[in-house]
Design a protein around this ligand. Structure first.
Ligand code: CTP
Ligand code: MG
Length: 230
């Protein structure tokens, strides 16, 4: 398996409603460089990734290609993240490991990518980077009334890149395509779990946070070039 390439699918086809920048989020610059370009550069610079497929909004394919290195494949995405990843997966040829990495997690350190790839190569079918939840967590009803405590023990917040044996990810997406509930999944490991697959974790990193809101974008800009103690 080790001679077959590591291929990363980068879902970047979202509109970025919550960021509200008036353009697809992946094209929004973070300290002068488009989010998607930073995400792809980070993957390629990790030394753990051989090829990248970016999934872009159908209306912005040329704009995406213009900010990405030559050799990166750009394909049109779908109505939700699950559909976009499935379309990206269709463009992945022979691979030993498939990663799925949100364009919006554009400051993910190389070490996280390397750890995920290593764990898949070691024989795990599905690998996710994850971090302990820092906040106190409560379950509430629809009116916002607290209905009970949640024990934080054993709770982890999940990031990307997520890594998979290609057949495991393909089977999970095939099942999702025929399931009415699967499109609600917000990550690919969730689809693997839904078909009974085992998912293991490796340590995530706070810098792999997802840029969702204007506050997140400001934090990302502040992080670029900064030496920050974790
Ligand atoms: N994504 C995608 N195709 C979609 C929706 C999302 O490829 N139809 C991608 C986004 O581009 C992003 C990642 O999935 O890199 C995580 O999604 P999210 O952070 O929710 O991004 P958006 O959907 O663009 O943001 P919002 O939900 O605020 O509109
Ligand atoms: Mg979204």
């Amino acid at each position: 398996m080790s001679s077959r390439p590591v291929v990363a699918v980068v879902p970047a086809a979202g509109s970025g409603e919550r960021l509200g920048a008036g353009r697809p989020k992946a094209l929004v610059p973070v300290a002068g460089e488009a989010m998607v370009a930073r995400a792809v550069d980070g993957l390629l610079a990790s030394g753990s990734v051989d090829a990248v497929v970016v999934v872009a909004p159908a209306a912005n394919l040329a704009e995406m290609r213009a900010v990405l290195p030559a050799g990166v494949d750009v394909v049109p995405g779908g109505a939700d993240r699950v559909a976009s990843v499935a379309l990206g997966l269709d463009a992945v040829g022979d691979a030993g490991v498939v990663l799925v990495h949100d364009a919006a997690r554009c400051l993910c350190p190389a070490a996280v990518t390397a750890a995920v790839v290593d764990a898949v190569r070691a024989g795990h079918g599905a690998v996710i980077p994850a971090l302990p939840v820092a906040d106190t967590v409560r379950r509430v009803d629809t009116a916002g009334r607290v209905v009970g405590p949640v024990d934080r023990t054993g709770l982890l917040a999940v990031q990307t890149p997520q890594g998979f044996a290609p057949d495991v990810l393909r089977r999970a997406h095939e099942a999702a395509a025929t399931s009415p509930t699967a499109s609600r999944a917000t990550d690919d490991a969730g689809l693997v779990e839904a078909v009974g697959g085992e998912v293991v974790t490796v340590p995530g990193d706070p810098r792999a946070f997802k840029i969702t809101t204007p506050l997140d974008l400001a934090m990302a800009e502040a992080l670029v070039g900064a030496e920050v103690r974790r």
